[in-house]
Design a binder for this molecule. Sequence first.
Ligand code: CUA
Length: 317
Amino acid sequence: MKWLFAFSLFPTQASSMAGKVDALFFYLIAVAVFFSVLIFALVVFFAIRYRRRSDQDRPKEIHGNLMLELVWSFIPLALTVVMFFWGAKLFFQESVPPQNASELFVVAKRWMWKIQHPEGPREINELHLPLDQAVKLTMTSEDVIHSFYVPDFRVKMDVLPGRYTRLWFEPNRVGTYHLFCAEYCGTKHSEMRGTIVVMQPADYQQWLDKMKATEKPMASRGEDLFTKNRCVSCHGDVPSRRGPTLENLFNSSVKLNNGSYVMADENYIRESILNPEAKMVDGYNPLMPTFKGLLTEEELVDILTYIKSLGEINKHE
Ligand code: CUA
């Protein structure tokens, strides 16, 4: 298989999922090639073997063949059921980030990728990562739909305005890899790309220490915004008459005033900041003003990180 990669017919396998995705892909290719060849060969064979030899030539009548029909039903059924379960298994693995995954935030805009590390560093069109560490990305867009695509990691996820989407991967090869936007987003869509640099953990730590000097950690930037925007006057460490506390809010189940419950995940917190009346917490009045237009996407993820740092109820995923 080495020659395939040497000629770059195939992207490098640089993440823990890449080999698994390729194995499924090769299975699909093998099934498709096998049946294409079989069908074309049989078309030719039957055309010759059973051709009409004279004007009086009449084939013998047949009334079905149970064995043959069972075989051509069950073999394709088995092959496609394998496709389904294999594909579903990989889909679930790609959907659920591992518990130990570190976090990153991605804000896309025409035409760049802005990345925030919780420790503080910001990057544009570059992403530095340590080897063999799973990372989960919380992504949003400032304008139109983009798509975060790293062929060498076999991952792709749409990045949407107005909500968070999630992607995770675990790079397992040191090197630099292409990041592409895979959703047409305007005239410079093809220039909306970046570089992912996967480093040895020690080198990464050095890079991080150097970069950390330039920016405060996200949670503390979020805390500053929390104070500056006077959020703290209603949302203190204990519930007040005006607003619930945000301690241990993240990933908890919140009772709303219509009696239903929601999971306080990233999208819920985002909505509660931008559109506070959409889901009112049980027992509170709609006093909170909207912060739509007052906070940038990058500030929103800073605040989100701060709220997460106030504690989270760990749920089994
Ligand atoms: Cu962003 Cu295409």
